[in-house]
Design a protein around this ligand. Structure first.
Ligand code: BGC
Length: 437
């Protein structure tokens, strides 16, 4: 069976199952989410741990020129305060915590692995279990060891093998306690970023990498987050290989551990004749949707919708709320993106991130139930969704934008690191407890 026939067959099976389940859809909507549905919140190492000095991003934060507005500094001090974070997760009735390992801590120099760093992450995993929380662990969430970036980062011919070796070492110490493993965070983001970068930023990425290279004796420095335009194709090829090699390494240690990758997926809508929508989908997700066919789940991360006409993306409609990231706050987008990734892969979907950047928590408190009400309909129609993990547990370091964005269910005092749940946290906690909107 060739790929086209297989895709058609998968589509037909999905349509049949949708028809069979449509009758019971209303009843299921009333029933809420299925038993065993996961409710969680997410963070990522560099964004919350603090003092991640061995990473490529730390270096970018401390050189000139740079795209980074400020240093991540102590972040939320979660390297110390991880137990407080887990207590928060539990207090919010969530049963899943997604966090990431910092490769730069586990392998601070090429081939040199830190037992102490592995033990640190093992304590977090044990801390999850002690609280009845399932750990969902991301092996690489954008940040890379500085030495790896100095080798050329994801453009290096050794990239996939080095990533797989790290996955093997980390899995041997940590996989036994994991509930879900995510190899890479949003590796398809490079294509999206490449399309969105304004010309000044394109030049600045090259200058920033060159300055970082000078600081660490490399002529080939490539950061793990913002690609150089002429590297896109090679980076994507190597990331695809890295995912497959990483997945194989993790599976070799623990075959029954669910492993996937998380993809950034907007709710892409076609407007009018000759919409660019499908062309853009092919560019942003095509290779990944193909490559992950053997995975246990597809991780979906949604923050927006995009309305494609024949010439480009429409601006947000007039008068709608706009997030701190400059996108429309549009609750149905989560359901739309989930439906799409399932139809395109046939895989069960784990929502590994979803949220909104806003200083106005009332927007988030409304956005969460509205988004989940739409998701509940998709689930009722038969789309297998394993769980919902909100981004983020904490207000944290939003990469190039520093601390100027607010995605957290909890506010963090930047001087004392005190965490204070916002009203939206109680809204999510209530939905999680009821397992329905
Ligand atoms: C990333 C997070 C980021 C969030 C909000 C996702 O693309 O995985 O690291 O903070 O979006 O921008």
């Amino acid at each position: 069976m060739d790929r086209r026939t297989m895709l058609a067959a998968t589509g037909a099976a999905a349509a049949m199952s949708a028809t069979l389940t449509a009758g019971s859809a209303q009843a299921a909507t009333r029933a809420g989410f299925p038993a065993g549905f996961r409710w969680g919140a997410a963070t990522a190492g560099h964004q919350v741990e603090g003092g991640n000095v061995g990473s490529d991003i730390w270096l970018l934060e401390h050189i000139q020129p740079t795209l980074f507005q400020q240093s991540s500094g102590d972040a939320c001090n979660s390297f110390e305060l991880w137990a407080t974070d887990l207590d928060l997760v539990k207090a919010l009735n969530l049963d899943t915590y997604r966090f990431s390992l910092e490769w730069a801590r586990i392998e601070p120099a090429q081939g040199e692995f830190s037992q102490a760093a592995l033990d640190h992450y093992a304590r977090i995993i044990d801390g999850c279990h002690a609280r009845g929380i399932t750990p969902m662990v991301t092996f690489s969430h954008f940040s890379l060891p500085r030495w790896f970036a100095a080798l050329g980062g994801w453009t290096s011919p050794e990239a996939a093998d080095l990533f797989a070796r790290y996955c093997d070492k980390a899995a041997r110490r940590l996989a036994a306690g994991m509930g879900y493993a995510v190899t890479l965070n949003e590796p398809n983001m490079i294509a999206v970023i490449a399309a969105a970068l304004p010309p000044q930023a394109i030049a600045l990425v090259e200058q920033m990498n060159a300055a970082a290279g000078r600081a660490c004796g490399s002529t080939n420095f490539r950061n793990g987050m913002i690609p150089q335009l002429n590297d896109i194709s090679l980076t994507q090829t190597n990331l695809l290989a890295a995912h497959k090699a990483g997945r194989a390494a993790i599976k070799a240690v623990r075959g029954d551990l669910p492993v996937g990758v998380s993809l950034t997926v907007s709710d892409d809508q076609a407007v009018g004749e000759n919409s660019l929508r499908d062309q853009k989908r092919a560019l942003y997700y095509g290779a990944w949707l193909d490559a992950i066919k053997g995975d246990d789940f597809v991780g979906a991360q949604n923050y927006a919708r995009a309305e494609y006409t024949a010439t480009g993306v429409l601006p947000p409609p007039k008068g709608v709320p706009i997030s701190e990231m400059g996108v429309e706050v549009y609750a149905p987008s989560l359901a739309g993106s989930v439906r799409y990734v399932h139809e395109a892969t046939g895989l069960p979907v784990m929502i590994t991130e979803h949220g909104v950047g806003t200083p106005d928590d009332a927007i988030r408190a409304k956005f969460i139930p509205e988004s989940l009400a739409e998701l509940q309909k998709v689930v009722a129609a038969g789309v297998p969704v394993l769980g919902y993990v909100h981004w983020s547990l904490l207000d944290n370091f939003e990469w190039i934008f520093g601390y100027s964005k607010h995605f957290g269910l909890c506010e963090v005092d930047r001087a004392t690191f005190k965490r204070t749940p916002k009203p939206s946290a109680a809204v999510l906690a209530g939905i999680a407890k009821a397992n329905r909107v």
